[in-house]
Design a protein around this ligand. Structure first.
Ligand code: ADP
Ligand code: MG
Length: 235
């Protein structure tokens, strides 16, 4: 399992200073969130943890080792368009396995297991356009979960969903995370979402992007917010 450290990171694209001295740590098993206005550098932070960008100064580390490349143990999930429209649900999910060393024999077992987990068993042969927005998002999450990553990086994953689907996906995410030891970093525009889901919230301000506040959400999570029987309260 992984502790992620953002050690005094600054980042420029050419003359544009995007991040300035961003410094925080997400403990293993912690659910952290970043909120902040558009363009303040949230996705850039996430992409660095995913190994898709490098810091101009400072370092991004997993368990003390600098992150230099993407790794299947750290999965980035973004909005639903991340599904390949020409691949079935099963083939989309299996794509996550192509990056890991799992043998082809194991693929369909793993794919079916994870689709079951996100409530999509029976939809293996559907194409993305045949699913609702919420189901597509579940499929995208299934694809990220199929390798059983230690770190989940979520870039506004529920932004395009209607309110009801959003709440059910939020609860689903809590259910998939709780007690697993996975480290989660969620980016969201939605402060209520951050308060509902995260242990710790980092507030960023733009030009250049900086962490201006760290908030611990010590309140237990509300019970049965959407009337479902799922309860996500930690003692
Ligand atoms: P956020 O996710 O908070 O909306 P981003 O991290 O996507 O912000 O972007 C922060 C700033 O960095 C924006 O001004 C964006 O245009 C710029 N930016 C992001 N990636 C690149 C890139 N690869 N090249 C140049 N500018 C970039
Ligand atoms: Mg972004």
């Amino acid at each position: 399992m992984q502790t992620i450290a953002i050690d005094n990171v600054s980042k420029s694209f050419g003359s544009l200073n995007v991040l300035s001295q961003v410094d925080f740590t997400i403990a293993q098993g912690e659910f952290a969130a970043i909120v902040g206005p558009s363009g303040c550098g949230k996705s850039t932070v996430l992409r660095m943890i995913a190994g898709l960008e490098t810091a101009s100064t400072g370092a991004v580390k997993a368990n003390g080792t600098p992150i230099t490349a993407p790794d299947p143990s750290r999965m980035l999930i973004f909005q639903e368009h991340a599904l390949y429209p020409w691949r079935t649900v099963a083939k989309n999910v299996a794509f996550g396995l192509e990056l890991s060393g799992v043998s082809k024999k194991e693929w369909s077992i793993r794919v079916n297991e994870v689709l079951d987990k996100v409530g999509l068993s029976g939809f293996q042969k559907y194409y993305p356009h045949q699913l609702s927005g919420g189901m597509r998002q579940r499929a995208a999450i299934a694809r990220a979960l199929v390798t059983d990553p230690e770190v989940l990086l979520l870039d506004e994953p529920f932004g395009a969903l209607d309110a009801i689907t959003k709440i059910s996906m939020q609860n689903e995410l809590l259910r998939l995370w709780e007690g697993t030891g996975k480290t989660v970093l969620l980016i969201t525009h939605d402060i209520d979402e951050a308060i509902y889901l995260a242990d710790t919230i980092y507030v960023m301000s733009p030009r250049p992007g900086q962490i201006v506040e760290r908030i611990s959400t010590e309140m237990p999570r509300p019970r049965n917010r959407n009337g479902a029987d799922f309860v996500a309260v930690r003692e």
